[in-house]
Design a binder for this molecule. Structure first.
Ligand code: 26W
Length: 824
């Protein structure tokens, strides 16, 4: 440690390795032949590993140098705490960021390989569910590109998001053992292992000076071992770190049993500890209250805070009174929110600060981002579970709550109802801890992820807290990284754009504005080039759809795509009702104005979410009928793409013409798929929800297909919603519902869609699908018309890309930094 500090203070830097094609080739050969022992007929996996190590070696010097340049007292840092980082593949991303495309391609040529083929060997790091996890990964990319000192802390799950198979139209889940063949990108740093306590009991005592303290004793500790993944910035020599914690048993595990001869029982205990980082919970909208999930949350929070404290000290800091000047923790939803209480524990019990000083530090360090308004997704933990698993943390939460309710009492004397609403502890049958309240109370900043979402939080869920602390609440509209989602995923379009406006857009997406003059109302040479790129991307997607689904997509048809988690609020059902409507029109010969369409839907359903799983079955059943009906004659194709993940989106977004963003207004916090599509020149059909609103404002309403009720209209309609009345008034809707009810799509499995019909016809349908049917179908009609005007559509497509600059996470991260993190 001393030596390292001394070295960095002297400004000594680690030298970088040569990056010529010859040097890359030589190292690649050394790994494949002399390290892995693979010579003739090397299996592709080892080709990939050899290349990954060759590249990692070329990241290492920047990684070490980035670290040591910041390893100095008084350097402020941010930590992104998240249970999920959905990073996908790393190889091509690093190649792009390092500018090693040509050297790598040339080197591989010597071995009869291409980068594209080798990259296919890498499994996705699927350490997340959907939007929230992918956002964390895009944030990491942008922070490195902006050279912001930000470190990600997450969990080193042995099993990531399950792999989805479709069997007879139904979703089946397979485990995703992504680490089976090792992970060439990660570095185990056992020297920074932490101990995380669980269970036990608390003791209170007075020190010699008579001051009362608590200690947490008889705990069952679990080791947290860090695995570091490099996060390369785009061609700027910055490499940040994503540190993932793996759980392991302590060596002293159950020594008693061990000594009593119960070797296997003792080893079982070891297993128990290691379960903590075994699997990602595949749930992205309703919490299931499982004990193991709470263990994961505390494991992440405790290890990360201990590690941040250690790093801060090892950089030469000593005065804890300054800790909040040097550190900020951004909590990705409430999942890591136990960090508020854990930092208090570390400061009060371990560092022996007084409560008030510790609280002042904690509340100047913590910041919280909310990602959902769905009530079923709000985390609450039973007090009894806390008492058993984290008894000391429960005491601390009680004390935080007591101090807080005193403050509420001072501001609103006698307002007992407000105290009850705002208490961290929810009283009732089972007493529960409201994690969102703990997050708000413990943080100096609380943000939503799109303008509408932040406004709805202020007006609704968080209203009482806004009354108390109006300045805490802010908006940070999400984004996506243009490196992965344009430069990497869409090389054809990237080259075309760069040929016209240069390549500054990759690191500053606002430059895309310069494409606007090229949008033109009439067909131009640029239009033709733009369409040729899209056409090639559509061929690539059509090949994937053919291989995965056996369905023929015609690249000349409109590619109409909805990919995201399957959830009722996202309304894949509305999409499929429209498909049934088109099918019905074709069968009845009502062909006027119809555009040829290929409808692609993909996404995973939480394994316990029966309705979502049945929706997948319906999509597949409709696809089966539509695709095999000779009368449809290729005018309409429908496919459900299995195992939708980061890597599939890299093929899908560049090939999409129409992006479906059709959630019930007020329910989708932001959406980020919408931004990936827009950047790649898709036009959106969407509701007035989440970031759709900001997309619409950026591109103009003439280049966006808006439909449906607004959030206030949804809420106003709710008490008197009568789904049947829409069917009575709309013969086309009636035909669709009749077709569904007749069993036309499930002749061999009668009744399986009754639950879906029941949901659609229920006056309490929270998602009010039928209320938006007519408006949606009309908007789709306008889409069909617009599609048939080739120049007009091309113009819209170009304008969407040209207007997408705001949706770069570079902009999002600059806002987090300017308003919350305040890093240099
Ligand atoms: C406790 C179970 C659970 C797990 C994950 C509940 C809720 C979540 C996430 C908050 C769900 C999620 O991914 N939300 C999405 O976050 C994106 C990034 O901000 C937004 O773009 C999406 O609109 C939002 O649904």
């Amino acid at each position: 440690m001393q030596a390292k500090n001394a070295a960095s203070k002297r400004g000594v830097k680690l030298k970088s390795l040569p990056s010529s094609a010859a040097a890359v080739s030589k190292d690649f050969e050394r790994y494949q032949y002399y390290h892995l022992g693979r010579f003739h007929g090397c299996p592709p996996l080892y080709t990939y590993q050899s290349l990954a190590w060759t590249l990692r070696d070329r990241i290492m010097s920047d990684w070490m140098n980035t670290y040591s340049a910041r390893d100095q007292p008084g350097k402020r840092r941010a930590y992104y705490l998240s249970l999920e980082f959905l990073i996908g593949r790393a190889l091509s991303n690093h190649v792009l960021n390092l500018g090693l495309d040509e050297a790598t391609e040339q080197a591989l040529q010597n071995f009869g390989q291409t980068l594209e083929n080798v990259a296919e060997e890498e499994p996705d790091a699927g350490l997340g569910n959907g939007g929230l996890g992918r956002l964390a990964a895009c944030f990491m990319d942008s922070c490195a590109t902006l050279d912001l000192p930000v470190m990600g802390y997450g969990i080193h799950y042995e099993y990531g998001m399950f792999r989805q198979r479709i069997e007879n139209g139904y979703q089946k889940e397979d485990p995703d053992h992504w680490l089976r063949d090792g992970n060439p990108w990660e570095i185990e740093r056992s020297e920074f292992t932490c101990r995380v306590p669980f269970g036990g009991r608390t003791e209170h005592f007075r020190d010699p000076a008579g001051i009362e303290h608590a200690r947490w004793v008889d705990t069952n500790d679990v080791l947290a071992i860090p695995f570091d993944m490099p996060i390369t910035g785009y061609r700027n020599n910055t490499v940040n770190t994503l540190r993932l914690w793996k759980a392991a048993a302590t060596d002293e595990f159950n020594l008693d049993e061990f000594n009593a001869g119960s070797y296997t029982e003792a080893v079982q205990e070891k297993n128990h500890a290691e379960h903590i980082s075994m699997v990602l919970y595949p749930n992205d909208s309703s919490e299931n209250g499982k004990e193991l999930r709470l263990r994961q949350q505390y494991f992440l929070a405790s290890a990360s805070l201990q590690d941040a404290l250690r790093q801060w000290r090892s950089a030469g800091n000593t005065d804890l009174g300054r800790f909040a000047e040097d550190n900020v923790f951004q909590m990705n939803d409430t999942h890591p929110t136990i960090a508020v209480a854990e930092l208090m524990r570390l400061l009060v019990d371990v560092e022996r600060l007084g409560w008030d000083q510790a609280w002042a530090i904690t509340t100047r360090c913590m910041a919280y981002t909310n990602h959902t308004l769905l009530p079923e997704a709000l985390e609450r933990w039973p007090v009894a579970l806390f008492e058993r698993l984290l008894p000391r943390l429960l005491e601390i939460i009680y004390e935080i709550n007591a101090h807080f309710l005193r403050e509420v009492g001072v501001k609103w004397p006698g307002d007992m109802d407000r105290r009850r609403r705002m208490s961290i502890i929810e009283e009732g049958g089972v007493r529960q801890i409201r994690m969102a309240w703990l997050a708000i109370i413990g943080s100096f900043s609380v943000n939503g992820v799109a303008a509408l979402h932040s406004q709805l939080l202020r007006d609704g869920l968080f209203r009482d807290f806004v009354d108390l602390w109006p300045d805490k609440f802010n908006n940070k509209t999400n984004g996506v990284t243009p490196r992965r989602w344009v430069a990497h995923a869409n090389p054809g379009m990237s080259a075309l754009i760069s040929s016209k406006i240069g390549d500054d857009w990759v690191a500053d997406l606002a430059h895309l504005e310069k494409l606007k003059p090229l949008a033109s109302r009439r067909s131009t040479a640029f239009h033709a080039e733009w369409r040729a790129v899209k056409r090639a991307n559509k061929e690539r997607l059509a090949a994937l759809v053919k291989a995965e689904c056996g369905v023929d997509f015609n690249p000349d048809a409109l590619f109409d795509v909805q990919v995201k988690r399957i959830h009722e609020y996202k309304r894949q059902l509305l999409n499929i009702l429209h498909v049934i409507h088109l099918y019905n029109r074709i069968n009845r010969g009502r062909l006027d104005g119809l555009a040829d369409r290929c409808v692609l839907i993909g996404g995973k359903a939480a394994p316990g979410y029966l309705m979502a799983k049945r929706i997948i079955k319906l999509i597949n059943s409709v696809a089966e009928v539509v695709n095999n009906d000779p009368d449809v004659d290729g005018r309409l194709k429908v496919a459900f793409l299995p195992n939708y993940r980061v890597t599939s989106m890299e093929i899908i977004a560049p090939a999409t013409d129409l992006s479906e963003q059709i959630s019930t207004a007020g329910k989708e916090a932001s959406g980020t798929g919408n931004m990936k599509f827009m950047m790649n020149g898709a036009v959106t059909i969407g509701t007035y929800d989440g970031a759709n609103i900001e997309i619409l404002e950026a591109v103009g309403e003439e280049n966006f297909f808006l439909f449906g009720l607004h959030a206030e209209e949804v809420e106003a309609l709710r008490p008197q919603y009568q789904p049947q009345s829409y069917i009575d008034r709309d013969p086309e809707l009636r035909e669709v519902i009749d077709l569904l009810a007749s069993g036309h799509f499930n002749l061999c499995e009668p009744g399986i869609f009754d639950m879906i019909l029941g949901a659609l016809l229920n006056p309490h349908d929270p998602w009010m699908v039928l209320a938006d049917f007519r408006s949606y179908v009309d908007a789709q009609e306008r889409v069909s018309q617009a599609w048939q005007d080739e120049a007009g559509w091309t113009r819209m497509s170009i304008l969407n890309t040209a207007s997408s600059g705001f949706f770069s996470t570079d902009r999002t991260m600059q806002e987090y930094n300017a308003d919350i993190w305040k890093l240099k």
